[in-house]
Structures are given as structure tokens and as C-alpha cells.
Design a protein around this ligand. Structure first.
Ligand SMILES: Cc1cc2nc3c(=O)[nH]c(=O)nc-3n(C[C@H](O)[C@H](O)[C@H](O)COP(=O)(O)O)c2cc1C
Length: 563
């Protein structure tokens, strides 16, 4: 072999061994980060076990006497809370916050190390390519040389060594990437509601990490164990009461309110894909929420929490499959379902080719739903309106069903209809009769009894309600409606608890007042003047609650019954 070939080989071997050295240094750093983060996980587990102590046993004679003789509201609330000392609890919460911040910080650092490792893996792959090329060139030349020269080739550095290094790098990298994905899932799942059993599984998964082998399928086992631990299930669409998507209204606080009254599935407000692709995911430790925030700003575009993970539907406005996928990938791990809005008749949506504009573009519908379905692990659904004729609606619904969506929501109005026009339940019935997947019927459900009425009239599997819930979220309660003023106040508490956007809070409260009373009265005028949640809290005598939430953060969720 020629001298220059020999030199090139030696150079390549040197290069791959340097790449390997750098790669292994990165792996060691990643291991160290993982170990440090494990300490945070253990601290989180300890902190939580303090807060999740079982309630006090009140059945002993002694306790019975104490309670009888001191039957004050305060004592009762202490006993209900298991006598958690607020000071200790607050300290424990702070420890939990520190652990969560530490874990989030770990993810950021580990991610940037992984990016560097990916770069080295790519370099290793390039090294194989050039080694292969060199092999090919040398063998071409070899065909023309003497036996002596052939002997010389036997002493050359061997190509396969480069391949072996590169293969090892690729395998370890894929392992570390999977480990990172698992750590990310664990950290995302942590909340004050995480059970001690789940936490033990997480700790075990975290500590077994170095022994997971990429090729053994062990990782799949852990993923399955993870899903069992987090009780992640596919959405069930039979006999469900569903909160409809509502812009400005359907934020986290309203969804939590509706769920508390009995909603099984809660849609978020429609968010346009253009907006979501500009967002990054952040954990808001102070409120116990996961937020999607426009990069470089504090603008929270979507907020959710672990508690609603299995019932929240993220509704998106889109007119493009690739952009829709890019946007959906940002939120899909934190929501139960991704839904595409195909019913919005507003000029903004139609002009952008979104919402109801999609109803007349079945190819685009196909493109969007098929792309999302192929690439996402969560279910993908859509919500449509009625088309001009029942036959057209049925034809479109059938086409959508063929794409494999697990359910279809049908709003019983046409594009030209106004909200005051009655919803056409009979045309929803036509769709139900033509499909085998569950249909979610929507339109004019204003009382609890309407849930069964619309089901009987349409044969739908589930029922969705928008305005009826906005005006009084207790519509979901089988116990009957609460007074709207009480619901309004409860909603404000939820808005404070989940740090809802003040504009959304004002809008929703004003909708309630406008429906039941009159916005021209002093209450409505004062709401208009409010600039912050604190202003609103003052207006409704909820200042103490506002400051308690500010001071003890997500612990408020657990002590809700005491406060
Ligand atoms: C304030 C408000 C906002 C709405 N925003 C959305 C939305 O973001 N996405 C959507 O698909 N429909 C939206 N809708 C339509 C509702 O989801 C629902 O289809 C419609 O109001 C009919 O249901 P209802 O008769 O129970 O009100 C909105 C409706 C209201 C009242």
C-alpha cells in the first residue's frame, strides 16, 4: 500500500480514538449529573412522605374526648389536615421546590451534554464513511500491484477497528438518549400528588440506569413499567361529560373547576400552531404547573398540570401538516389527546385556512390527521361543524373515521349559523348512525338533564358542553347546579391557585355576570378596572387566599380543604 494511504489510515485511527476519548468524558459527566440528580429525587421522595402522612387517627377514646371538648372550626381543620404544622409543611414544600428545580436543572445540563455527544456520534459516523471510502480506493489500487505489496497491506492498521469504535459510540449514545428520555418522563411526572409507590418505582428506574442495555429490550420493559406507574391510559370516549374548547375561557383554572364538578374530559382553548412552535416548555415550580412559554418572553401560551394529564385535550388551529406536527410535538407528552379545530367560523381562522376552512379540504384534513397520527403517541381527534347537507356531513365524517381517529366531536351547527340558532341534534344523529367510532355530540346543552336528552336524541357516545359550562360550570354536577355566584367565586379561587392570566379570568367572570346579571352594575365596572389577579381578589374578599397561595405555592392544592 502507498505511503499516503498508510498515513491516511493512521490519521483516521488517531481521530476516532480522540472522538472516543471525548465521547467517554462526556458519558462520565452525564453519569455524574445523573447521580447528583438522583439525590434530588430522593430528597423529593422524603419531603413528600412528610406531606403525605396518613391522616390522624381520631377514633381513640382520648382523641374523641379532645375533639368533643374543643370542637372549634380551627381544631377540626387541623385534624382534617392531619395536624400538619404549616411552618414545617412550608419548609418541606420549599425542599420539594429545591429538589424539582435541581431536577429541572439536571435535565437542561444533561440535554446540552447529549447534544455534544450527538455531535461526536455524527463525527464517528463520518469516520466510518471515510474509512470505507479509503478501503475501496486501496482495493482498487491493490488490483494493480505486486504480491510483495499485498503482503504489506497485511501490516496496515485495520479498518474494522474504526468501525468498532464508531459502533460502540452509536450504541452508548442511543442508550444515553433513552436514559435521558426516561429521566425526563420521571421529572415531568413529579407532583405533590405522586404516590409513594410511584416514587419508589422512579427511584428504582433511575438507579438501574447504568445497567440498561440498548439491545436487550430492557428499556422497553422500563417504559412499560413507567406507563403502569403513571397509570397512563388511552382515552375512553364512552359516556363522558366533556368540557368544550373555548378561547379565553378554557384555560387550566377553568378546566380544573369543570373537572371538580364532574367533567370527565376537558378541552383547552384553541391554540394556533404558529404560536405554539415559538414556545418552550417550562416547569413552574411555584404553582406546580407545566407551562409553554413564548421564547424570550413571559407570555404563557398554554399551561397544564399533572393532575389533568389523563383528561386534558390540547386543541390546535392549523392549516399545515408539518407545522401542526412540529407544534404538537412540543405539548404531546403533557396532554391526553391532540385535537384539531375544524369548526371555527371566525374570519381570522377561515382566512388563515384553519378551523371551518378545513371542512371543504378533505385532502388537507387527510394530510394533517395522517401526519399527526403517524408521528405522535397520543390519540389525535378533531371537532367539526355540520356541512350544508346531512349527506355531506356524513361523507366527511366517514372519511375522517377512515383515518383512524378514536372519536369525533360534532357541533350541531353550520358555518353560517349563529350561536342563538338551535343546534341540529337530528343531523348529529345522522353522523352517529353512519360511524362506528364514538361521536361526541355538541350544541345547546344547558342543563344537566340535557346530557341524557342529547344522547337519546343522537345516539352519541359522549356529550360536549360549551356555553352552559361557561355560564355555570356546576352543570357537570349530578347533584344539581350550584348558585352561579358561588361558582364564580370558586372560579376566581382556581384562577388564583393556578395563576391564570388576568385577561382570561376577567373575560370568563364577565361572561358569567353578563348572562346572569348585568355588566353595567358596579361589579362589572370594577372588574373592568382590575389590572391584576390581586385586584380581582380584593374585589371579592379573597385577598387572604391570594397571599396564602403566593406564600406556600402548590402546597395550597393539598391544603385546599383547610384554607
Ligand atoms: C367563548 C367561546 C369560545 C369558543 N372557542 C372555541 C375554540 O377555541 N375551539 C372550538 O372548537 N370551538 C370553540 N367554541 C365553540 C364551542 O366549543 C361549541 O362548539 C359551541 O359553543 C356550541 O356548544 P354550546 O351550544 O354548548 O355552546 C367556543 C365557544 C364559545 C362560547
Amino acid at each position: 500500500m502507498k505511503d499516503e494511504d498508510m498515513e491516511a489510515r493512521i490519521e483516521q485511527k488517531k481521530k476516532i480514538s480522540e472522538i472516543f476519548k471525548d465521547f467517554m468524558t462526556g458519558i462520565t459527566q452525564l453519569e455524574e449529573l445523573g447521580n447528583a440528580a438522583n439525590t434530588f429525587l430522593l430528597r423529593f421522595q422524603q419531603g413528600l412522605s412528610f406531606l403525605q402522612r396518613p391522616p390522624m387517627v381520631t377514633s381513640s377514646k382520648l382523641m374523641e374526648n379532645i375533639i368533643k371538648k374543643n370542637e372549634t372550626r380551627r381544631l377540626k381543620s387541623y385534624i382534617e389536615a392531619g395536624c400538619i404544622n404549616i411552618h414545617d409543611a412550608a419548609q418541606s414544600t420549599r425542599a420539594l421546590h429545591t429538589s424539582l428545580s435541581g431536577l429541572s436543572d439536571h435535565l437542561i445540563k444533561a440535554k446540552s451534554l447529549l447534544i455534544e455527544l450527538e455531535r461526536l456520534t455524527d463525527e464517528a459516523a463520518l469516520a466510518i464513511e471515510s474509512a470505507t471510502q479509503l478501503d475501496k480506493d486501496s482495493s482498487d489500487k491493490l488490483r494493480q500491484v505486486t504480491c510483495d505489496e499485498e503482503n504489506e497491506t497485511a501490516q496496515l492498521p485495520q479498518g474494522p477497528e474504526i468501525t468498532e469504535y464508531a459502533a460502540l459510540i452509536a450504541v452508548i449514545y442511543s442508550m444515553m438518549k433513552q436514559n435521558y428520555a426516561m429521566q425526563e418522563k420521571i421529572v415531568r411526572s413529579l407532583s405533590l400528588k405522586t404516590s409513594s409507590g410511584e416514587l419508589e418505582t422512579y427511584s428504582l428506574m433511575w438507579s438501574l440506569r447504568p445497567f440498561v442495555e440498548a439491545s436487550s429490550g430492557v428499556f422497553d420493559f422500563f417504559v412499560a413499567a413507567f406507563d403502569v406507574a403513571t397509570k397512563k391510559t388511552k382515552m375512553d370516549y364512552q359516556n363522558k361529560l366533556v368540557l368544550a374548547p373555548m378561547v379565553r375561557v378554557g384555560t387550566l383554572s377553568f378546566r380544573m373547576l369543570a373537572a371538580e364538578y364532574g367533567a370527565d374530559i376537558t378541552y383547552g382553548e384553541e391554540i394556533i400552531d404558529h404560536k405554539l412552535v415559538k414556545c418552550e416548555r417550562r416547569i413552574n415550580v411555584a404553582y406546580g404547573t407545566t407551562e409553554f412559554v413564548e421564547k424570550g418572553t413571559d407570555n404563557v401560551v398554554f399551561s397544564t398540570c399533572n393532575e389533568e394529564r389523563n383528561r386534558v385535550v390540547f386543541q390546535m388551529g392549523t392549516s399545515d401538516a408539518v407545522r401542526a406536527l412540529k407544534a404538537a410535538e412540543i405539548v404531546c407528552n403533557d396532554v391526553a389527546t391532540v385535537d384539531i379545530n375544524m369548526g371555527c367560523p371566525k374570519a381570522f381562522s377561515i382566512q388563515g385556512g384553519m378551523g371551518a376552512a378545513l371542512l371543504s379540504k378533505p385532502e388537507l384534513i387527510h394530510d394533517i390527521l395522517a401526519t399527526l397520527k403517524r408521528n405522535l403517541d397520543v390519540p389525535v381527534t378533531c371537532k367539526i361543524r355540520l356541512l350544508k347537507s346531512p349527506a355531506d356531513t356524513v361523507e366527511l365524517a366517514r372519511r375522517i373515521e377512515k383515518l383512524g381517529v378514536p372519536a369525533l366531536a360534532v357541533h350541531g351547527r353550520k358555518i353560517a349559523d349563529r350561536p342563538r340558532d338551535p343546534a341540529k341534534w337530528d343531523e348529529i344523529a345522522d353522523v352517529v348512525a353512519a360511524l362506528s367510532i364514538p361521536v361526541i355530540a355538541n350544541g345547546d346543552v344547558l342543563e344537566y338533564d340535557d346530557f341524557s336528552r342529547i344522547k337519546t336524541a343522537t345516539g352519541a357516545a359522549s356529550v360536549m358542553v360549551a356555553r352552559g359550562a361557561m355560564w355555570n360550570a356546576s352543570i357537570f354536577s349530578p347533584k344539581g347546579k350550584s348558585h352561579w355566584e358561588d361558582v364564580k367565586k370558586k372560579y376566581l379561587r382556581k384562577s388564583i391557585l393556578w395563576n391564570n392570566d388576568v385577561k382570561s379570568t376577567k373575560y370568563t367572570i364577565k361572561e358569567m355576570i353578563a348572562h346572569h346579571s348585568c355588566l353595567e352594575l358596579p361589579e362589572g365596572k370594577s372588574i373592568n378596572k382590575a389590572d391584576t389577579l390581586e385586584d380581582l381578589a380584593r374585589l371579592y374578599d379573597l385577598e387572604d387566599y391570594f397571599w396564602t397561595v403566593k406564600n406556600i405555592g402548590p402546597l395550597t392544592h393539598d391544603l385546599n380543604h383547610v384554607l
